[in-house]
Design a protein around this ligand. Structure first.
Ligand SMILES: [Fe+2]
Ligand SMILES: [Fe+2]
Length: 273
């Protein structure tokens, strides 16, 4: 039930966590950056489908001051509000409204988890806000950027380039918003598949992406949310398993990194505290 939801945007996807159709506009009008995809992809979230979305028309929003944001999803950032405003304007032009609301819920939950687990809240907010920057990049654009960056691509990445939106999102954060905080960039990179040895910050963004309130209200999600506040590694382990169960049940490709993340998180969760 995570963002593979969203990340599982094709029959070959594996981005895991997530799994049920996330309704997003069939044709999202991108802004000047031409970042959006036509969205042939259908994303899945394990337990709950997001409500139907309205496409955001590029160019409607000129300043952050008039961005309409669900009050329940906004959080007062303690970091640079100027940077946050710039990112929000960029997102308004590059992702649909429903995706923006998801991003804001991820930002909020990441901050909550950071405070709970004594992790830097500003880094959590920044990574949460920027985790899906490349969500609507077209597959070829994702591949072109990944190859230009000489990323090490797994065959599953090639079969489902949408999985690269996490890695490419970190590149956009670096190049578009001059983010050079390695921990933040890593958390963006790891938000879909995780990574063995990932930091607490990365665990938090991974979990916030999968478990933010918009993902649904199933008993399984409630359990995972509770776990995320108690034990990050245990929650990552269980979230991976949830995603893997879905992927197997639906005969989808599994990215090997999801399995490595699951094994790593399980080994740590089982250590006595
Ligand atoms: Fe994502
Ligand atoms: Fe996301």
């Amino acid at each position: 039930m995570r963002e593979s939801d969203r990340n599982l945007d094709s029959l070959t996807a594996v981005d895991a966590a997530h799994l049920q159709p996330l309704s997003e506009p069939e044709a999202f009008a991108p802004g000047a950056n031409d970042a959006a995809t036509s969205h042939s992809a259908v994303f899945f979230h394990a337990h709950h489908a997001d409500p139907p979305l309205e496409a955001t028309t590029a160019g409607q929003i000129a300043t952050p001051a008039i961005i309409s944001i669900d009050e329940t999803a906004t959080i007062p950032p303690s970091g640079s509000t100027l940077l946050r405003d710039r990112v929000l304007v960029w997102l308004q032009h590059n992702v649909p409204e429903a995706r923006l609301q998801h991003i804001l819920r991820v930002e909020r939950m990441a901050v909550e988890l950071a405070e709970q687990h004594q992790v830097n809240r500003d880094q959590a907010a920044q990574a949460g806000l920027m985790h899906d920057l490349a969500k609507f990049f077209k597959p070829q654009r994702l591949l072109d950027i990944a190859q230009a960056e000489r990323l090490d691509l797994d065959p599953v990445d090639l079969a489902n380039p949408h999985l690269l939106h996490a890695d490419v999102g970190a590149i956009v954060a670096r190049d578009e918003f001059a983010i050079h905080d390695a921990a933040v960039l890593e958390a963006i990179r790891n938000h879909t598949l995780g990574r063995p040895g990932m930091s607490a910050l990365s665990c938090i963004v991974f979990l916030a992406d999968s478990l933010e309130p918009g993902r649904g209200d199933t008993p399984e999600l409630a359990t995972l949310r509770q776990l995320s506040h108690q034990d990050l590694h245990h929650a990552v382990w269980q979230t991976c398993e949830d995603s893997l169960r879905y992927l197997i049940a639906h005969s989808r490709l599994i990215h090997p990194r999801m399995i490595l993340t699951r094994n790593w998180a399980m080994s740590l969760a089982r250590q006595p505290s």
